[in-house]
Ligand binder design. Structure first.
Ligand code: ADP
Ligand code: MG
Length: 340
């Protein structure tokens, strides 16, 4: 066969293979878009574990009607200019909406604060329809139906409705922790499963949001973390050694507000508690790193949950030092000697 360019739909489906692993990935991308748009209320509704329907409604800035076709086009974004080293938004790759549209039936309805009417565009298995005027409140509503209908091989790998729903709940909680001032609701087919009222965007508000997400018991057994080293800030909470879990699933980490899963951070947490926890127990933590975007690479994987730090040793030392200091301050460690 001669060499030729792939069709736009196939290119998007290949990208979707990495960006959209399961229904929870769709929820993550859509909620991140709502947050990037400055929303103060985000409603997520799902049916069939997200395979039947995912709907995300926000009250953010909206998209002008004439930009709707761009919003669902590959590599089109309003967030990144020309500097990949200065990423301040959750999104920047311009591929979530086209990817979703290539494997599902997507509808994007939006109205800006100044627009006097709403408009809608749909993408059905990669085919983009015309922009149509619709009635809409300011903000954006995205509906995704029949996820993976266009890629049956991926559809086969979905777990039970229950476990997909659990993954969606986890994604919403994880993101919501970093945005206490935003109201989040999550509902399944028949009922609301999560309702997080907006709280102030300060330390006090964060503690309340953590109570909402991780349970009141965590806020009562958490030590405040607040440290800084060479321009890198670390805030958040870490549980006292008597408040632990059997796995590390309750360790939440954020870099500049972005939820990340990072081995370096996980290892640093383990190191910090090494002397006070048995190997099979895990602390509950919510840690927020803030640093110059140029000092961290978030463009490691399309799903944007992996990061690489310019100076990993510095970050590790900061986390270990700050947690040990908090433990010691609360009289829970004999000494900080040997801290990394
Ligand atoms: P990215 O988030 O990387 O820019 P997406 O494919 O997720 O790429 O979105 C494409 C563009 O569509 C965004 O850059 C943004 O301009 C617009 N957009 C998507 N979702 C929303 C939303 N909920 N509110 C406002 N604009 C949105
Ligand atoms: Mg996005």
């Amino acid at each position: 066969m001669p060499i030729r360019a792939l069709s736009e739909t196939v290119i998007n489906q290949i990208a979707a293979g990495e960006v959209i692993e399961r229904p929870a990935s769709v929820v993550k991308e859509l909620v991140e878009n709502a947050l990037d748009a400055g929303a103060s209320r985000i409603e997520v509704a799902t049916a069939g574990g997200g395979l039947g329907l995912i709907r995300v409604i926000d009250d953010g800035g909206g998209i002008p009607a004439d930009e709707l076709p761009l919003a669902v086009s590959r590599h089109c974004t309003s967030k990144l200019s020309d500097d990949i080293h200065d990423i301040r938004s959750l999104g920047f790759r311009g591929e979530a909406l086209p990817s979703i549209g290539s494997v599902a039936r997507l509808s994007l309805r939006s109205r800006t604060a100044t627009g006097d009417a709403g408009a809608e565009v749909t993408v059905d298995g990669g085919r983009t329809g015309p922009v149509k005027p619709v009635a809409a409140n300011p903000g954006t509503t995205v509906e995704v139906r029949d996820l993976f209908f266009a890629t049956p091989a991926r559809l086969k790998f979905m777990k039970s409705e229950r476990s997909e729903t659990a993954a969606i709940t986890d994604v919403v909680k994880r993101v919501a922790l970093a945005f206490p001032a935003v109201r989040f609701t999550l509902s399944g087919s028949d009922r609301t499963t999560l309702e997080l009222a907006a709280v102030p965007a300060d330390g006090e508000g964060l503690l309340r949001r953590m109570g909402q997400v991780l349970g009141q018991a965590f806020s009562e057994n958490a030590l405040a973390i607040d440290a800084e080293r060479e321009g890198i800030g670390l805030t958040g909470y870490a549980s006292i050694p008597s408040f632990t879990r059997g796995n590390a699933l309750h360790q939440f980490a954020y870099v500049n507000g972005r939820p990340v899963r990072d081995k370096l951070i996980a290892g640093a947490i383990r190191g910090a508690y090494m002397d006070v926890l048995p190997r099979d127990r895990h602390a509950v933590t919510a840690l927020f790193l803030s640093l110059d975007p140029a000092l961290v690479d978030v463009n490691v994987h399309p799903a944007k949950a992996d990061v690489r730090f310019r100076d990993p040793g510095l970050v590790r030392g900061l986390i270990i030092g700050a947690i040990r200091q908090a433990l010691e301050g609360a009289g829970m460690r004999a000494s900080t000697s040997g801290a990394a």
